[in-house]
Design a protein around this ligand. Structure first.
Ligand code: CFN
Ligand code: HCA
Length: 528
């Protein structure tokens, strides 16, 4: 039996029926490339997923440094979402609120009599103490249940103080994971912030980086490379990002989409509203970064830019050549398992491959089917490429958006070159025999560890204890533990150094957990 069946066969019929749709073992049969995703977890199973509020407040809005983000709900939600993500940010114009935790601290009386008064008071207090130009309100579960009108309170605050105040109904229970929260945040940012500025921008090659959260400084490293080539980065959404820069981001020539999962909605909406194309990029991995930089240069099509791109690539490669060879000699032939929320389980396969490491298992907590299976827009256009009136071609999945902006000339120029508005899925990049798991739970983690024996398991804070108890080396791919950046050329070396340190310091093999020596079940007789 193959590994997939060995794990699934241990489930009872009901769980088996559900989980078999979420686990795929890649084989040479190319038909077998679909998976069920973005559905509700089985109640009681130990999932690693988070909630809608985490996706909205924690992931997309939290990194905006000049916004005061106020959690409307009991203190636990605010407290436990305080400073947990390593989205670094430098203070600009004296404003940086990301180290703070602002909450309305709802109590039982507020649940019974309504929490709007407390929310108004919290806004007054925040204005008095911090004078922010933007307040973002994020509600947690009880607020949705009692029906506080946070949007009305936000509108009142805008009038009263002349600030931007946007409310997000991102109650934790909405949807099946963080993913719904990303969508809610995207909608609010698009509607109330993007395009509201008119600061003049003059330079050529203006880009925004979407879905880059500057974990461990990744965004800074990416920006360094782009600036060397001659790009101007107008806004980063949202790592080290600001509301101020977002306001002017509609003036970009191209949107780069790093994490597609969390921000594809804004990429699509900016395409519809402003005609800005988006390009799926990956700055994680040496080869991936090179490919991305070449795709970008191709988009602009300028020969000077192309030449400059090649010069920078050559220079960056020369600087890391020795370290790359050394770490590759240490890591070649090793195997890895990857389990994170969304995009990273795909992006990091490229980086592992740069050092000769094969991915034997990969999965997402909350990604959608397109993240696994990919999405290809151009073939839809291609089919009708002979049509005279290319602007009116019906394309999937959203015809309204696409045809409006792809002129015949632009299409002819780009069709064979760049995967514009499309991307490859994780499954397409995985080797035969490897496993893909959606919403991996703790039981399956233990079982796959036993069967696949990866040299390293890259995951998060909730599942790393399963790995440590099994004496397997793990690194956190959400936070990079205390390390980073891992993006671009220098980041690749940082990553390889961290992995090499772990693999050649096999402490976990020497640890004998207490439960292997003696029973840990102890009872004490009560004294009479
Ligand atoms: S930084 Fe991103 S890259 S935004 Fe997303 S899907 Fe999370 S917080 Mo954790 S590390 Fe993770 Fe991705 Fe995009 Fe981070 S893989 S789970 S919601 N994620
Ligand atoms: C989240 C944030 C998280 C959690 C990290 C982890 C992050 O999902 O709410 O599980 O290790 O990256 O900080 O994904």
């Amino acid at each position: 039996m193959r590994e997939r069946e060995l794990v699934l066969d241990q489930y009872n019929a009901k769980v088996y029926k559900n989980r078999k749709e979420h686990i795929l073992q890649i084989d040479d049969d190319t038909e077998n490339r679909t998976i069920t995703a973005n559905t509700r977890s089985i109640p009681g199973i130990i999932t690693n997923r988070g909630c809608c509020y985490a996706g909205c407040k924690g992931v997309v809005l939290g990194p905006l440094k000049d916004a005061l983000t106020l959690t409307h709900g009991p203190i636990g939600c605010g407290f436990y979402s305080w400073g947990t993500r390593r989205n670094k940010a430098k203070t600009e114009n004296g404003e940086n609120f990301i180290q703070y935790c602002f909450s309305t601290d709802m109590q039982e009386p507020d649940i019974v009599f309504g929490g709007e008064t407390k929310l108004r008071k919290a806004i007054d207090e925040a204005m008095e103490l911090f004078h922010p130009k933007t307040i973002l309100i994020c509600s947690t579960c009880p607020v949705g249940l009692i029906g506080d009108d946070i949007h009305a309170v936000a509108a009142e605050a805008e009038k009263k103080y002349g600030i931007t105040c946007v409310a997000f109904s991102c109650e934790g229970y909405k949807g099946v994971s963080q993913s719904g929260g990303h969508h809610i945040a995207n909608n609010g940012v698009m509607r109330h912030i993007i395009g509201t500025g008119d600061a003049p921008v003059s330079k050529k090659y203006k880009v925004n980086i979407l879905g880059e959260y500057n974990i461990g400084g990744d965004g800074w490293e990416t920006e360094r490379i782009l600036k060397r080539i001659g790009y101007e980065v107008l806004a980063v959404l949202t790592g080290d990002g600001s509301v101020e820069s977002l306001r002017n981001s509609h003036q970009a020539d191209l949107n780069l989409v790093m994490c597609h999962r969390s921000i594809n909605y804004i990429a699509e909406m900016m395409h519809t509203k402003y005609g800005i194309h988006w390009l799926k990029v990956n700055f994680i991995g040496i080869e991936a970064t090179i490919q991305t930089l070449r795709d970008m240069a191709d988009y602009f099509g300028d020969s000077e830019l192309k030449q400059r791109t090649e010069e920078v690539i050559a220079d960056e490669l020369a600087a890391i050549a020795e370290a790359h060879t050394y770490f590759r000699s240490k890591l070649e032939g090793k195997t890895a398992a990857l389990y994170v929320g969304g995009s990273r389980s795909h992006h990091y396969q490229a980086l592992l491959a740069d050092f000769g490491i094969t991915t034997v298992l990969a999965g997402y907590e909350f990604a959608h089917r397109d993240d696994y299976e990919g999405r290809d827009m151009l073939p839809f256009i291609k089919e009708d490429a002979d049509s005279k009136n290319i602007e009116s071609i019906t394309v999937e999945p959203d015809p309204e958006k696409f045809h409006a902006f792809l002129s015949k000339e632009k299409y002819e120029e780009l069709k064979d070159k760049i995967p514009l508005n499309s991307y490859k899925g994780l499954i397409q990049d995985m080797k035969s025999g490897s496993i893909v798991v959606d919403d991996l739970n703790h039981f399956e983690t233990e079982e796959f560890l036993r069967l696949l024996k990866p040299d390293i398991f890259l995951s998060g804070i909730k599942d790393k204890y399963v790995l440590q108890k099994a004496n397997v080396l793990s690194r956190q791919l959400h936070s990079y533990d205390y390390s980073g950046p891992y993006s671009g050329f220098n980041g690749a070396i940082n990553f390889a150094r961290d992995i090499t340190m772990g693999i050649y310091t096999p402490v976990w093999k020497f640890v004998v957990p207490p439960w292997k020596n003696h029973s840990t079940l102890q009872a004490t007789l009560a004294e009479v």
